[in-house]
Design a protein around this ligand. Structure first.
Ligand code: B12
Ligand code: SF4
Length: 548
């Protein structure tokens, strides 16, 4: 790659792909693939109880923060908004960020850019770059595979090894459930921290691992716990947060870094809450006491399948682990793969039952999916098992297989996947109820803990259980009374326990606010039944713009 002739004087646009997203269209949007994490792949069968929110495109925010050129980030544009910005912004570089599913939109954005701003260099990055022969599918000048901050710094003639500045990122926005959007106060939502990209475990299907080097490889933005502590402290004071979404595929795997962070937290009396991704083998490097001291409040854990042979699961009894985490008030998002090689129509329901029996707070189900760049994709290609005529827009793990499975048909893959979500909801109830239950468990165990840092965190975790959540539980109990009596009964029991623990306040909240929430829940149900969908707003942010 030759650096751009204008260096840091170049005007840079970084854009995510255009919406709307939650509808079927010719560019690859799909109603089944909305821009909402939980609704898309976790709580989608939970109707009005589904937790809904949006997340910004963090990759381009990170790049913008770490270059000195004048730079605009355009997030979730419409096609028209993208076109308008390209035609008025006199950009030297138009960068487009995408995943594989959205390659049709990238093609269109390149076409639009060439037409209205022919002198702009078009740079395409993100996971879409893993598509073999992408250069023949889209009209771009540069296709960037892997880590983008260092690439963009090199392209602009800057020092690629300069320290990484972290943008201020509110982890999620537009949060909504049961037909209401709770008021967002400064600091009420966690800040996102991105300590690393990639994961050295190298599971055969894992696209994030392979994109950043595969087995044994990863890229650290922050090598040490000290560095992380500085970044988090800065965000604590500027964003008024005390909880952090650690966007690192396997945060707990780097134990030295995590323990150094804990050391600094202790020295400075920080009672932070951390939401992390971790593999089972990484969690086992810690005692429960260490996890609690570190403030681990929520873990996204790959359960995959009890019969699978992934190294990260070897020797782990994930059912026991789930119970153990819950006993310490740690909420769990379990992730299970549907359609592994050993699955058959005969055994798959039993395996899904086993997954659901973990009683995780949230459960993600995804189809086993060979994605370009992964070892699994190479293996399937070699065996001639990839289905040729599948549109990339339909390869996102929530629709149907994109390969020939030994025992399960393409159509059945979707039926089993959908059933998994329904079964989890039927057996375990709304995720909001489950997180209340785990939170109460943690509170009971730690409310009198001798360490004030730990006590304080559990006091903070439980704050909403006393009021707002009591009302949510009241409404859930009523709404499910006729359709799922067993879960309604469990919610009733939890409500009684909360009432005993927090007394009059929680009982009043339930009886005053509960009926309102029951009404908003029913209203939401009707809206959703009419086909209403949520879309993120377009966001435009400029940096170093005065020098443009
Ligand atoms: C947050 C997130 C989302 C958010 C959306 C965020 C958004 N605004 O687009 C939500 C939850 C909505 C989402 C949805 C989906 N997602 Co998603 N998501 C993620 C997640 C967890 C984090 C992304 C992130 O910020 N990473 C950290 C940043 C720093 O890394 P990065 O984005 O890769 O960016 C770096 C480089 O790629 C590069 N780069 C990125 N953009 C650009 C642009 C330029 C110009 C350059 C030079 C470089 C560059 O530089 C960056 C810094 O190094 C990743 C997993 C992961 N750990 O990355 C999955 C991931 C990106 N998602 C994925 C998928 C499949 C989906 C869904 C299809 C899932 C589904 N069926 O449920 C949907 C698609 C929705 C849609 N309609 O488009 C896959 C992509 C697979 C692939 N190979 O394409 C990933 C990798 C998860 C996985 N392991 O399967 N997702
Ligand atoms: S442990 Fe998780 S993040 Fe790491 S390679 Fe395996 S699936 Fe990917």
């Amino acid at each position: 790659m030759n650096p751009h002739p204008k260096g840091v004087r170049a005007r840079v646009l970084l854009s995510s792909v255009f919406g709307p997203y939650a509808q079927d269209d010719e560019f690859g949007s799909r109603a089944i693939n909305p821009m909402e994490l939980y609704q898309n792949q976790v709580t989608r069968a939970q109707g009005p109880f589904s937790l809904r929110m949006f997340h910004r495109s963090w990759g381009i925010m990170m790049i913008q923060e770490n270059i000195s050129a004048p730079c605009t980030v355009l997030d979730f544009p419409t096609r028209e908004a993208f076109e308008r910005e390209v035609s008025t912004g006199r950009y030297d570089i138009v960068g487009i960020s995408s995943i594989i599913t959205n390659v049709g939109k990238v093609r269109e954005m390149c076409r639009v850019t060439r037409r209205i701003s022919p002198d702009s260099a078009i740079v395409v990055g993100g996971h879409v770059a893993a598509i073999p022969g992408l250069e023949h599918l889209i009209d771009a000048d540069q296709i960037v595979r892997g880590e983008g901050i260092s690439w963009m710094r090199r392209y602009l003639g800057e020092d690629e090894n300069a320290p990484i500045r972290h943008p201020h990122i509110v982890s999620g926005f537009g949060v909504r459930s049961m037909g209401i959007q709770p008021p967002q106060r400064p600091g009420s939502t966690a800040a996102t921290i991105i300590p690393s990209v990639g994961c050295p475990m190298g599971c055969n299907f894992c696209t994030t691992s392979s994109f950043f080097g595969g087995k044994g490889k990863f890229v650290n933005f922050y090598e040490t716990g000290d560095e992380l502590f500085e970044v988090m402290s800065e965000m604590e004071s500027s964003m008024k947060v005390r909880s952090f979404f650690m966007m690192d595929e396997n945060f707990l795997l780097q134990r030295n870094r995590a323990m150094q962070l804990l050391g600094r937290m202790k020295e400075n009396g920080k009672s932070w809450a951390l939401y992390v991704f971790s593999s089972a083998n990484a969690i086992r490097k810690y005692t429960m006491e260490e996890l609690v001291e570190l403030g681990v409040s929520w873990v996204w854990l790959g359960l995959e399948s009890s019969q699978s042979s992934y190294a990260k699961l070897s020797g782990s009894n994930t059912q026991e682990l789930a119970k153990e985490l819950h006993r310490h008030g740690i909420k769990l998002l379990g992730s299970t793969i549907v359609g592994l090689e050993h699955h058959t129509p005969e055994n798959i329901r039993e395996e899904i039952e086993e997954a659901v029996a973990h009683e995780t707070d949230f459960h993600q189900f995804m189809l086993y999916t060979p994605v370009p760049g992964t070892p699994l994709y190479a293996e399937m290609a070699e065996q001639g098992r990839l289905l040729e005529d599948v549109d990339p827009a339909d390869i996102h793990g929530q629709y149907k297989f994109n390969f020939q499975h030994a025992a399960i048909s393409r159509d059945d893959s979707k039926k089993f996947l959908d059933w998994a979500f329904l079964r989890d909801f039927e057996r375990n109830g709304p995720s909001l109820f489950r997180i209340c239950r785990t939170t109460l468990e943690g509170w009971k165990r730690y409310k009198n803990h001798p360490d004030p840092r730990i006590r304080e965190r559990f006091q903070w975790e439980v704050r909403q259980l006393k009021e707002a959540y009591s009302a949510c539980l009241w409404a859930m109990e009523r709404r499910l009374r006729k359709t799922n009596e067993a879960v309604s009964e469990q919610i009733h029991t939890l409500r009684r326990e909360i009432g005993k623990e927090f007394g009059l306040l929680s009982r009043m909240a339930a009886s005053l606010l509960g009926p309102v929430l029951l009404w908003t829940t029913r209203r939401e149900e009707k809206r959703l039944a009419r086909g209403f969908v949520y879309e993120p707003p377009t966001i435009l942010e400029r940096r170093n713009w005065s020098q443009a």
